[in-house]
Design a binder for this molecule. Structure first.
Ligand code: MG
Length: 253
């Protein structure tokens, strides 16, 4: 069953989502050559603690980081490490924040002095795919309208969509019903109703859609080692249009 959030619950979610967005933007600004992804993790940990919140990822099924950092051919769930960021990298940074019993989930892909036009196009198209998904999170539509919107943008640009990982309902738990694939025909699945809250997160690959999990048990990477990009917002389905919850302005308690 897909939960419909009350006005009160939406108000609480705006705060946790605003906190996640604040951390996202600040950490994104700290990404530069010579910094390690572990330093980004420590910075995120500090920011989250300052807000009196908690990382939704740390300890989740034993995950060792406060954020996920996935570089270049890594798709999602990368573990922060001593790896140095270098020019030409793209980093997907993913943040889950719990505050007052509600979770906010957001991700962005940052380009570090990237000059390869195909990589720039991958990142740009993935962000456009998320925007297309958000446009479909409107009452009266069907769940798979969101999925289809992502796939259309990605495949229309000559890229592929990761099938093994999907978006999700979100609220008091990070993963609620439904699962939201980034592919499929339109017009299927549950009817969308105002007050449903979803973490929409296209993961788009340059080459094959196939992925594998590294021996660390977490990091997902592309099978052909070509690049992958990832953007995510937590949104509330609206009557006329979706509301993006993961904006920093929402962080005020
Ligand atoms: Mg998510």
């Amino acid at each position: 069953m897909i939960k419909i959030k009350s006005a009160y619950e939406l108000e609480r979610m705006r705060v946790s989502c605003g906190m996640a967005a604040t951390v996202r933007n600040k950490v994104a600004q700290a990404i530069k050559p010579g910094v390690t992804t572990l330093e980004l993790d420590a910075y995120a940990q500090e920011l989250i603690a300052e807000m009196g919140a908690k990382s939704a990822f740390y300890g989740y099924r034993g995950f060792p980081g406060h954020i996920c950092v996935s570089t270049n051919d890594e798709v999602v769930h990368g573990i922060p490490s001593k790896r140095l960021i270098k020019m030409g990298d793209i980093l997907s940074v993913d943040f889950g924040v719990i505050y007052d019993g509600f979770v906010g989930d957001t991700a962005t892909t940052v380009m570090v002095g990237v000059s390869d036009p195909e990589v720039i196009r991958l990142v740009t198209v993935t962000e456009q795919a998320l925007a297309a998904a958000i446009d479909k999170a409107v009452e009266g539509g069907r769940l798979s309208d969101i999925s289809h919107a992502v796939e259309s943008v990605a495949t229309g640009a000559g890229f592929t969509v990761v099938r093994d990982f999907v978006g999700h309902g979100i609220g008091r738990k990070m993963h609620e019903e439904p699962q939201i694939p980034n592919f499929g025909p339109p017009g299927k699945g549950p009817k969308l109703k105002a007050g449903m809250t979803f973490a929409l997160e296209p993961m788009i690959n340059q080459g094959t859609e196939e992925v594998e999990v590294m021996s660390d048990g977490w990091t997902v990477l592309t099978k052909d080692r070509k690049y992958s990009a990832h953007f995510e917002h937590t949104v509330a389905v609206g009557e006329e249009k979706a509301e993006i919850l993961t904006i920093p302005e929402n962080a005020k308690k």
